[in-house]
Design a protein around this ligand. Structure first.
Ligand SMILES: CC(C)(COP(=O)(O)OP(=O)(O)OC[C@H]1O[C@@H](n2cnc3c(N)ncnc32)[C@H](O)[C@@H]1OP(=O)(O)O)[C@@H](O)C(=O)NCCC(=O)NCCS
Length: 166
């Protein structure tokens, strides 16, 4: 893999970030019921609204944005959100690299939470490989920290990791 560069994204990156998100999210078709599948997964307005609450990060291979992820603080936790890697760059360590980078950015809280579809085995394997464990009560975690639709909530699980004190 080309040495990746990670940086915070700005409004200028919005459209390329949306291409990454909406292309990678086609994978959801494999396990999300047709009625609940959205294409696009995220609109420009959604991306900007999310950017008000959290910080968008991107991983670049050369000039190309290959993956995105968001870091949001809510109450006593950091949420890692919206992890997407372009299909042609998946399974090459890009997502893990970005995940490690965002974990290293976390300050002021010791608990990181990530939500994903229960059927999303790629994300679940990636999180388990990175040392995350399934929450004891995913529904409670989702209701406490996420503002998502009931459909998505019922289809989702959460993973967590406690950061070691530095
Ligand atoms: C989930 C995702 C972000 C992972 O990014 P990635 O760059 O492919 O991940 P990595 O290459 O760093 O892989 C890390 C681990 O994830 C797991 N993984 C990744 N792709 C996988 C696949 N197709 N099948 C099974 N496990 C997979 C593996 O455990 C892998 O480690 P390994 O290759 O040593 O076995 C990426 O697959 C993606 O964008 N998926 C579509 C969108 C999505 O599901 N987002 C998650 C929202 S929570």
């Amino acid at each position: 893999m080309t040495a990746p560069l990670i940086r915070a994204l700005t409004l200028k990156d919005r459209d390329t970030a949306l291409t990454v998100i909406n292309t990678a999210a086609h994978w959801y078709r494999e396990f999300v019921p047709e009625a609940e599948f959205h294409d696009p997964e995220m609109t420009a307005a959604d991306w900007e609204a999310e950017g008000q609450r959290m910080k968008w990060w991107g991983v670049f291979l050369g000039e190309r944005l290959a993956g995105v992820m968001g870091l949001e603080y809510i109450r006593d936790v950091a949420l890692l959100r919206h992890a997407y890697v372009l299909p042609e760059h998946q399974r090459q360590g890009v997502g893990s690299h970005l995940l490690d980078h965002l974990e290293a950015q976390v300050q002021g809280v010791s608990r990181i939470v990530v939500g994903t579809y229960a059927g999303n085995h790629k994300a679940r394997h990636a999180l388990e490989k990175a040392g995350y464990h399934l929450s004891v009560d995913s529904e409670a975690v989702l209701r406490t920290y996420y503002g998502i639709s009931e459909d998505r909530l019922r289809a989702s699980v959460t993973y967590e990791k406690l950061l070691s004190p530095t």
